[in-house]
Design a protein around this ligand. Structure first.
Ligand code: GUN
Length: 289
């Protein structure tokens, strides 16, 4: 099994971005600027946003973190979004999800100006992505495409199973891999909680993309020998032997799969860092537009 080193690849690509942004600065131009709105203090969201801020520093981007307590009103949040939409110093921004129950997530995502929507969640960008038009690609699927390309993993004509149909990972991933493009041209099956014969679909697949949020759901007996495994899951499971009381595991049984598969992403250090990289690439694109 060859490990797909998302952390290493993201570091290398961040260095490439750094060289570009240093040139902008030398030429007297401002640096690309990413902002993030974080509502409340969900530990996973805190950790994602911290990584985003740190990655901005590594890539030579400016970053701004805007925090609001979980009781923030929807109208205050929409007001913040208005300000970011019209702030010419900010190239792109994200609203970290999930949002508290009293806030209408769709309303918030619709308020984001599509040209600054570096998460690619606005229906305008999602629609363009689905039609193969130039757009911001959702960060996680984008990062996965970059990994498959870098590791020369063929997708054309391959059977791919995407496990999970979320708006931010499973659904866009299934669309992108089935499109007629360099990393694409695959036969994609999207499976979910109502799928019958789930194990058969997985077993038939050359590439398995697991994005369901169930710890170690994909077991060795479910996959084809030599398959490529992309693990999107980041699950906290209790572990008294760890100082922080938990450890992170993916959606696949990593240990069990090592002797059976050809390539696999670890958790942590696989898809996570490449998601942030996808976001930075989108911010660079917004800056250059
Ligand atoms: N929550 C989990 N993943 C993401 C992401 O990629 N973007 C945002 N905005 N929120 C998330």
């Amino acid at each position: 099994m060859e490990l797909i080193d998302g952390r290493g690849l993201a570091l290398k690509l961040k260095e490439d971005l750094r060289k570009k942004t240093d040139k902008f600065a030398e030429a007297g131009r401002r640096r690309p600027h990413l902002a993030a709105i974080l509502v409340g203090n969900d530990p996973a969201s805190e950790s994602y946003v911290r990584n985003k801020v740190r990655s901005c520093e590594q890539a030579g981007f400016e970053s701004t973190l805007i925090r609001r307590p979980s009781e923030v009103s929807e109208s205050e949040l929409l007001g913040l979004i208005d300000e970011l939409n019209s702030n010419s110093e900010i190239d792109g921004y994200i609203v970290q999800l999930p949002l508290p129950m009293h806030i209408d997530e769709q309303k918030v995502l619709l308020a984001i100006k599509p040209s600054k929507d570096v998460d690619g969640f606005h229906p305008m960008n999602f629609g363009k992505m689905a039609l193969g038009m130039d757009s911001f690609l959702p960060a996680t699927p984008y990062g996965i495409l970059l990994m498959l390309e870098y590791y020369n993993i063929p997708t054309e004509g391959k059977e791919v199973v995407v496990i999970g149909r979320s708006n931010i990972v499973g659904t866009p991933m299934s669309i992108l891999l089935s499109r007629k493009q360099k990393v694409g041209n695959a036969t994609v099956t999207l499976v979910h909680s109502r799928t019958q014969n789930l194990a058969n679909h997985i077993k038939n697949s050359d590439i398995v993309i697991a994005a369901i949020g169930i710890p170690e759901f994909v077991k060795p007996d479910m996959v084809k020998k030599g398959a490529v495994i992309i693990d999107v899951g980041i699950n906290r499971v209790e572990d008294a032997s760890k100082k922080r009381g938990y450890r992170l595991v993916g959606d696949v049984d990593f240990e069990g799969l090592t002797s059976k598969v050809s390539f696999m992403t670890p958790v942590p250090g696989g898809v996570g860092p490449m998601t942030v990289l996808g976001l930075l690439m989108n911010t660079m694109k917004a800056y250059e537009m």
